[in-house]
Design a protein around this ligand. Sequence first.
Ligand SMILES: NC(=O)c1ccc[n+]([C@@H]2O[C@H](COP(=O)([O-])OP(=O)(O)OC[C@H]3O[C@@H](n4cnc5c(N)ncnc54)[C@H](OP(=O)(O)O)[C@@H]3O)[C@@H](O)[C@H]2O)c1
Length: 248
Amino acid sequence: MMPMTTVIINGYLGKMGTEAVKAVTADANLTLVAQTDKNDSLSEVIQAKNPDVVVDLTHPSTIFENCKSILKSAHAVIGTTGLTTEQLTNLDTLAKDNNKGVFVIPNFAIGAILMMKFAKEASKYMERVEIIEYHHDKKADAPSGTAIKTAELIAEGNSEINSTPLDETEIIEGARGATKNNIPIHSVRLPGHVADQSVIFGAQGQKLTLSHDTISREAFMPGLIVCIKKIGATTGLTYGLENILFSS
Ligand SMILES: NC(=O)c1ccc[n+]([C@@H]2O[C@H](COP(=O)([O-])OP(=O)(O)OC[C@H]3O[C@@H](n4cnc5c(N)ncnc54)[C@H](OP(=O)(O)O)[C@@H]3O)[C@@H](O)[C@H]2O)c1
C-alpha cells in the first residue's frame, strides 16, 4: 500500500486552487489537511498541520515569500508562475539546505509538455521561430511561464535559431513582441481563453506550427497529482514537468 501523503493547497479559492482541492480530495493516497488563501497565515497553518507537501497556486507577487516559508518544513509544488532565474537558484539552495524538494512547474498539462518537447526537437531543423501565447484576461504575468520555458528549451535544442538578423524597423515599440533567448514571444490576453500556445517555425518555403489548447483547468490536474506523489523522493529544485515525467 502507498503511504498517505498529507497536503495543503495554498490559493484554494482561485481557479486553479478550486480544481486542485477537488483532485487531491478524490485521490485515495492523498489527504488534504488544510486549504489556505489570501487571508490565512500560511506559515502558521503549516506549523499547525505539518504537511508533507504544500501546493502553491496563488500570485506572482507572493510566490517567492510563500515558497521560502513552505521550504522551512515541507516540500513545495509550485504552479504559480513569475519566479525569476535568480529566485529559482535561491530556492534550490534553500531546499537543499533543508533537505526538501521544490518543483516549479510552469505547466502541469501533458499536452503542453509534449508541445515543448516537440518544439525542442523541431528547433534543430528550422531556421526561425516565434511563440504566441494566449491566456484569459485575469492573468497577472506576461509572458507566460510556459512561453519562457519553451523559449529556453528551443534555445537548448538550437542555440543558432533566429541568429540571422532581420532587416526591419519597429514603427510602434513592442510590435515584434518580447524576446527570450532571441525568440520573440507575443502575449494575447482575452476573456474566453484558458491557456493556449502556438510555436511557429519558419524555413524556406514552409512553416511548422505546434499548438496546444487548454479547454479546461482539469487538464492540469493529473500532472499536479504526479508531482505531489513524486516530490517526497527529491531534494532541491526541479523545473518543469518533463523532468518528472520523462526521467528514468
Ligand atoms: N502551472 C500551471 O500549469 C498553471 C496553470 C494555470 C495557472 N497557473 C498559475 O497559477 C497561479 C494561479 O492561477 P489562477 O488562475 O488560479 O489565479 P486566481 O484565480 O487569481 O487564484 C489565485 C488565488 O490565490 C489567492 N492569493 C493571492 N495572493 C495570495 C497569498 N499571498 N496567499 C494566499 N493566497 C493568495 C487569490 O486571492 P485574491 O483573488 O483575493 O487575490 C486567489 O484566491 C497563477 O500564477 C497562474 O499563472 C499555473
